[in-house]
Design a protein around this ligand. Structure first.
Ligand SMILES: [Zn+2]
Length: 99
């Protein structure tokens, strides 16, 4: 399980619709059309947006590889096709892009 004692947690996954966001882990831009994990901070009883992380940076950033289940659970808007793609992407993108 994700360690929810951390102030930040991966709650949503989505495809990047703009090529502007930078990854919180490696600080490289997240390319348009690629998967990104939206990070939220939980503070004072509310969620605050915390930026994005590459799919491939998830293990380093969140210090666990068990990110798939929570992001699927908290991303109800995904279609079945997107879920299947995502599960494949989690299998193939196991290392950070610049490592
Ligand atoms: Zn990254």
């Amino acid at each position: 399980m994700i360690n929810f004692t951390r102030p930040d947690a991966p709650l949503l996954i989505e495809t990047a619709d703009f090529g502007q966001a930078k990854c919180r882990n490696c600080h490289e831009p997240i390319l348009r059309g690629s998967w990104r994990i939206r990070v939220v901070f939980y503070e004072e009883g509310r969620f605050a947006p915390g930026g994005y992380v590459h799919l491939g940076c998830r293990t380093v950033y969140f210090e666990t590889d068990e990110v798939l289940d929570p992001v699927l659970r908290f991303s109800p808007a995904l279609t079945e096709t997107e879920r299947a793609e995502l599960i494949r992407a989690f299998d193939t993108e196991r290392t950070a892009p610049n490592q």
